[in-house]
Write a protein that binds this ligand. Structure first.
Ligand SMILES: NC(=O)c1ccc[n+]([C@@H]2O[C@H](COP(=O)([O-])OP(=O)(O)OC[C@H]3O[C@@H](n4cnc5c(N)ncnc54)[C@H](OP(=O)(O)O)[C@@H]3O)[C@@H](O)[C@H]2O)c1
Length: 482
């Protein structure tokens, strides 16, 4: 931005360590009095603008800015700074015929506080042809939605918008996109550092390769219930354990190790590169007939993992509260159910059933249960890497050098179009053919975004055990129209 432009407001917070660096969109005033929008990550702004931003971080305090928009007088050459297109649901009067439409969004303003509803947040803009704009009609709640604010992690900046699973109607897309305007899609929003993609707002951006078209046979609530769980499960099995989903006779899916091997290594984020190639060696890959143990099998992620594992011919030991969840897990295909309440006995049972040969295990609960599960694994003194433990929520403090530990490289879903598209198109087929059964849902209506705080309290209390909480954001008139 040139020094002659004054930043009048920003779309999201400046970095705490450097108030001159902002993460997303800046609304600025040009020397001729018109307004422009600059999109971009890490845009540098002038010192004077930074001072102004420091004084007033929020665009909603800048009501006057909108009134001052002088679209007609703006020369065409200056139009480069914004990316709203004519199709956009975000159309308003203003910069070159485009105004800035406002929407409601739920903001976290400080850690350990409730989300705050604002009603005049800018509708996010698409930045290239690979992106779509979705009107968010339903959100699925994940534990991270309350854990991140409560324990102060996964917060790129403040204020920030959260929400990882959304579904709704596509209102803007590029002409040749796989996703069409009017499609009903579910989006697992793993790219949480891009505030435009967060679920807790009326309109959200997604890339076409992260959007799952929900088939007519699946309700929007079921569609929004399993996105992140599916992605985590598929990446854990496919990338970390090297499971070839093409092995599934009924619903073949992507061979992720093969897809990864075709990606330029430099394109893979450095912090997950090693994990992505952990199953490059075929001898390490899990195959049909192998045992896998899942601790926390009644979680949504566990429920999906059992089903994907069974589709590919694995043998599954499911650890959960069997009295509560046994019938459902059995139905999902678990070969052996082990009750989680007596942990020592659970380890003995897993070792007995697998005859001490268990080489693959996933914990979906936390560090402590990962440490318990570790005791059930086969340890081969002659090999360092024949046994694998993946922790979705944490890994044991005490590590055994003969076990290979894994964390799920979740960012591959949004950072690699080939991985993302491979997974969403497979999920579309799985839903269409009903080879994957979504979790049961508990739907909350009529409260809108404002209801999410209360819904997260319910999730946190554990009252909705084994089901996904979904908040339907549609007004009654919209539901009737569909
Ligand atoms: N790293 C990642 O990228 C990633 C991605 C997805 C999920 N996750 C994490 O994975 C975990 C599960 O997520 P989710 O959305 O699938 O969860 P969820 O569906 O909300 O899980 C709820 C279930 O957890 C079970 N549970 C609670 N404590 C347990 C314990 N000690 N042992 C066994 N089961 C227990 C409950 O069973 P009961 O009825 O028996 O209490 C309940 O059925 C979360 O911690 C989440 O943050 C991580």
């Amino acid at each position: 931005m040139s020094a002659t432009m004054t930043c009048v407001a920003i779309e999201c917070a400046t970095r705490e360590d450097d108030p001159r660096t902002v993460d997303r969109e800046i609304l600025f005033e040009k020397s001729n009095g018109t307004l422009g929008v600059q999109n971009g990550i890490d845009s540098q702004i002038s010192d004077s603008a930074a001072t102004l931003v420091k004084r007033n971080l929020s665009i909603r305090r800048k009501e006057n800015a909108e009134n001052n928009v002088k679209a007609e007088s703006q020369p065409a050459a200056e139009a480069q700074t914004h990316t709203y297109s004519e199709q956009s649901a975000a159309q308003v009067n203003g910069i070159n015929g485009v105004t800035i439409k406002r929407q409601s969004a739920l903001f976290l303003q400080a850690v350990r506080q409730k989300y705050v509803l604002v009603t005049d947040h800018i509708v996010p803009a698409v930045q290239h042809d690979g992106e779509i704009l979705v009107k968010v009609d339903a959100v699925g709640l994940n534990p991270i939605d309350w854990k991140a604010p409560a324990f102060n992690f996964g917060i790129p900046s403040l204020p920030w918008i959260f929400g990882r699973d959304l579904a709704g109607v596509v209102v803007q897309t590029a002409p040749n996109s796989r996703i069409k305007k009017g499609d009903l899609v579910a989006v697992p929003s793993t790219d949480y550092r891009d505030i435009r993609k967060a679920a807790f707002q009326e309109y959200a951006i997604a890339t076409h390769y992260n959007a799952v078209r929900i088939p007519p046979t699946t309700s929007i609530h079921s569609g929004v219930s399993l996105g992140v769980a599916f992605v985590a499960s598929a990446l854990a099995l496919g990338i970390c354990f090297g499971l070839d989903f093409d092995l599934s006779k009924d619903a073949p899916g992507p061979n992720l190790p093969q897809i990864i091997s075709q990606i330029d290594q430099e394109q893979i984020p450095a912090d997950v590169r090693e994990e992505c190639f952990s199953s490059a060696d075929e001898s390490r890959r899990i195959k049909r007939g192998d045992w896998i143990a899942i601790w926390g099998a009644s979680t949504t992620t566990g429920y999906v993992t059992i089903q994907l594992a069974k589709l590919c011919g694995l043998r599954v030991v499911a650890v959960a509260d069997v009295a509560r969840h046994g019938a459902k897990l059995h139905e999902a295909g678990a070969d052996i159910l082990v009750d989680r309440l007596d942990t020592n006995r659970a380890v003995e049972i897993i070792r007995g059933v697998t005859q001490g040969r268990l080489r693959y295990a996933i914990d979906i609960v936390g560090r402590d249960t990962a440490a318990i599960l570790q005791q059930a694994l086969y340890i081969d003194d002659s090999s360092e890497t024949s046994t694998h433990l993946l922790g979705l929520t944490g890994l044991p403090k005490e590590r055994d050098p003969r076990i290979r530990y894994h964390t799920v490289p979740i960012k591959m879903f949004h950072s690699s179009p080939a991985v993302g598209e491979g997974l969403v198109t497979w999920l579309e087929r799985l839903l269409e053919t009903q080879k994957l059964v979504p979790p049961e849902v508990v739907v909350r209506r009529d409260g809108g975004l404002a209801d999410i705080n209360d819904a997260l309290e319910v999730l946190r209390s554990g009252a909705v055990s084994g089901k996904r909480l979904v908040v339907d954001l549609r007004k009654n008139t919209e539901i009737a129209a569909n």
